[in-house]
Design a protein. Structure first.
Length: 135
């Protein structure tokens, strides 16, 4: 959800009262308008399973379903070093709460994370990072 606040305050300050505003002296009175523009996201972070299942070059991740109505889905990320994520390897709709990654090399350790994205396309921060070494 995004919120944009419109101008809501007409604030008048008399610098003779001791306020320190750049460029103004104590003998000057200035009137100014304050606009607060605030864009923020209210999203939950996805939480990946701490021990993804793996076998024969695959790893299956799972996470809890979001209770928020504006969540459109989840994006899955993969890396071979902690925190070194590039583009997501997959995006799944909100009703999907697991994903199997295929084509993984035996003996390699992989790091996974999941994000939630909303109907506007805004994405949450990464979930907890989980690691799995493929047998």
């Amino acid at each position: 959800m995004r919120a944009r606040l419109s101008p809501t305050m007409d604030h008048r300050t008399d610098c003779r009262g001791g306020e320190n505003l750049m460029g103004l002296t104590r003998s000057m009175t200035r009137h100014y308008h304050v606009w607060q523009i605030c864009t923020f996201l209210l999203m939950t972070t996805a939480c990946a399973s701490s021990n993804p299942a793996s076998s024969n070059g695959t790893a299956t991740l799972s996470w809890d379903a979001s209770e928020r109505a504006d969540i459109a889905g989840h994006k899955i990320y993969l890396a071979t070093a902690p925190g070194a994520y590039g583009a997501p390897i997959a995006a799944v709709p909100m009703n999907v709460t697991d994903y199997t990654v295929t084509g993984l090399e035996s003996g390699t350790t992989y790091f996974f994370t999941v994000t939630a994205y909303n109907t506007d396309g805004a994405e949450s921060s990464f979930s907890n990072e989980v690691r799995k070494t493929i047998p």
